[in-house]
Write a protein that binds this ligand. Structure first.
Ligand code: AMP
Ligand code: TRP
Length: 334
């Protein structure tokens, strides 16, 4: 095995589509920040994946990438523990993707659930949407990633990356580490405040039930005050019968670090929803205040460029070495 790392590697990517929400914070960002200490961690912005579906103004994509990067740093991403980079700044990923495409079957890609779902919504489906999972496999195996934390919807893609890695290893000798997906524990699935039966999603059209990490306090207050509850007149945790209240308790627990049962015990029986919402509001403010202040500070500086430049350099170094091995293994060049 041509493996160069001894420490286990963790890699994940986060698409810059929509703006980051408090749901992303509870379910995704916090988890990644936890993991970053235990592994040699890689986090990147998959800008190349973003254009697999039609996008608007390219300038907006760039602005979003910057906001994402600054927000991640503001939330506590530690550049000393984590290689943070932008996908398109590592050309070897594209070079590897081509080789992998030639070792991936049409049938495999046709079975991908996300491709089926997304292609149904479009008339002219780009080839990139079809080969998207191959680029993702290249993202993962180029760095000998051991573990890949993703949402449940991406599990199938990580499994395909495993299949491709194994196929390549079988044909050319041990070239790649076979990655494992990590699916985050449930319990941190924050629901939409206006429709607490569905997930709070950064790409939803109606934003009245979504708290964004950069919302100001007046906006957050309005959204919490209008959050859908029920007419029972007492607080209790019951996700089936009282989804709105239960979601707010979950949010309180996740943000304050109070174990869920303890939060339930604290609020059960409260009769005034307004008082309860005030407590929820307070922990949201407490969580977001330092993040927003740090974001303000960072976005006025060039620090993010320093971090991303360093990330790009380290990523390229590792990626180029690996690509060179693969290129020679398949017989390219002289
Ligand atoms: P997405 O916004 O769907 O691209 O997901 C990005 C990351 O945030 C994933 O790791 C998700 O698990 C997490 N995430 C997204 N929405 C929520 C939510 N409503 N509650 C908890 N975690 C979420
Ligand atoms: N497709 C992933 C998403 O939509 C983003 C992504 C691209 C990714 N490449 C990856 C995630 C490699 C993990 C590993 O969320």
């Amino acid at each position: 095995m041509y493996m160069e790392n001894t420490e286990k590697r963790l890699l994940s990517g986060l698409q810059p589509s929509g703006e980051l929400t408090i749901g992303n914070y509870c379910g995704g960002i916090r988890q990644f920040l936890e993991y970053q200490k235990e592994y040699d961690s890689f986090l990147f912005v998959p800008d190349m994946h973003t254009i697999t579906v039609p996008q608007g103004d390219p300038k907006l994509i760039q602005e979003r990438i910057r906001r994402f990067a600054n927000l991640y740093l503001a939330c506590g991403l530690d550049p000393a523990n984590c290689t943070f980079y932008i996908q398109s700044e590592v050309p070897a990923v594209n070079q590897l993707a081509w080789i992998l495409e030639c070792h991936t079957y049409m049938g495999e890609l046709s079975r991908m659930t996300q491709f089926k779902a997304k292609s149904e919504k479009q008339t002219n489906v780009g080839c990139g949407l079809f080969t998207y999972p191959v680029l993702m496999a290249a993202d993962i195996i180029l760095y000998d990633s051991n573990v890949v934390p993703v949402g449940a919807d991406q599990k199938q893609h990580v499994e395909l990356a495993r299949d491709i890695a194994e196929r390549m290893n079988h044909k050319y000798g041990d070239l790649f580490v076979v990655p494992e997906p990590i699916i985050p524990k449930v319990g941190a699935k924050i629901k939409d405040l206006q429709d607490p039966t569905k997930k709070m999603s950064k790409s939803a059209e109606d934003t009245s039930g979504i708290i964004f990490l950069l919302d100001n306090e007046a906006t957050i207050k309005k959204k919490i005050n209008r959050a859908v509850t029920d007419n029972d007149g007492y607080v209790a945790f019951d996700e089936e019968k009282k989804p709105g209240i239960s979601n707010l308790i979950t949010l309180y627990s996740a943000l304050s670090g109070t174990p869920l049962q303890q939060a339930i015990d604290r609020f059960t029986g409260w009769e005034r929803y307004g008082d309860f919402k005030k407590e929820v509001l307070e922990v949201i403010y407490e969580t977001l205040r330092p993040v927003q202040a740090e974001y303000e500070r960072l976005s006025k500086s060039d620090y993010v460029d320093e971090v991303l430049d360093r990330g790009r350099d380290r990523a390229n170094e590792i990626a180029n070495r690996k690509y060179d091995l693969v290129r020679r293994a398949v017989g390219f060049g002289r």
